[in-house]
Design a protein around this ligand. Sequence first.
Ligand code: F6R
Length: 366
Amino acid sequence: EKGEYRHFMQKEIHEQVRSLTDTLAGRVDFDEGRIHLDTLNLTAEKARKIEKIIVTACGTAAHAGMVGKVLIERIAKIPVEVDIASEFRYRDPLVNPNTVVLAISQSGETADTLAAMEEARKKGAMLWSIVNAIGSQAMRLADGCISMQVGPEIGVASTKAFTAPLVDLYMLAVLLGDLRGELSATERKRLVADLSLIPDLAGKCLDREEEVKKVAYALKDTHNALYLGRGINMPIAYEGALKLKEISYIHAEAYPAGEMKHGPIALVDKNMPVIAITPRDPWYDKMISQVEQVKARGGIVVVVATDGDEKARELADYVLWIPETPWLLSPVITVIPLQILAYHIATLRGLDVDQPRNLAKSVTVE
Ligand code: F6R
């Protein structure tokens, strides 16, 4: 039931304080500073054998995987590739028993993702999954699984089933880093302690819905939008653009911001809104200089920026404010205003966001 909300998507966006709390429940020992993911069936011996992780998924789940790459490489020092499931399954990928193939899927029934898992199984990889739907194929096929614990997601545009796997991947990275001896006790404890902040920070973003709605009003008649991000927040540009295109039918593209000068900056004029994700992460200065270049070419600039960031306020036409967040967890927070923005742009255009045209919640055919 939608309760006080107009759409399931809006309800599910607002459920994220709860779903992120549930994501941590039973997995995080804040006293010891340790992560427990028992259903992964992981031992220190197995963790040390891993030479490579390939994340395979589709759509929003693949964007979560792209964030996971940065997290696992940074924290656990294991090389990670992200492979769209429909590509992985047909490419004769290089996989061996020391490779982990990690599938991410809300429904656990996406045909391409399941086929990618079967391909990995045939080649002898270790097979893990991060799945929401309990008892689904993607859960049953895997040697180890992390369940998303967010409850059913009804809205076709995925929201709470995007932020949960981001946290799951962070916890996985910390667990792997710990088992492989890559983390000092101090580092491990700090990484674990930071998790406790996440539900409240998500709540602060939700409290700002009315301000995001004003930006939605300003952008509702645009025909195009360009999303830019770098580093750990580059996948959030992809996710923000996907949310906008699937429910508002506005053409939106995403680029790693450093690619702008290699072509896409030619698109920028006074009619092109550019949505830049500029939290205080290690790529902040680079992002700001890219925003300056867009501004110099007359583009309408919206930034997702951290409270108190005067530089961002000066530069941008509109700011979607987020609370200060530890940077390795920042994608969980930066995506929330972009979910709300897409939702309000679509509803202002009079569209049924829960049933977007041509889309199904679960893509069980190829
Ligand atoms: C976007 C969206 C889709 C799914 C994709 C994978 O909002 O919902 O892009 O993320 O179809 O679905 P699952 O996660 O069920 O495998």
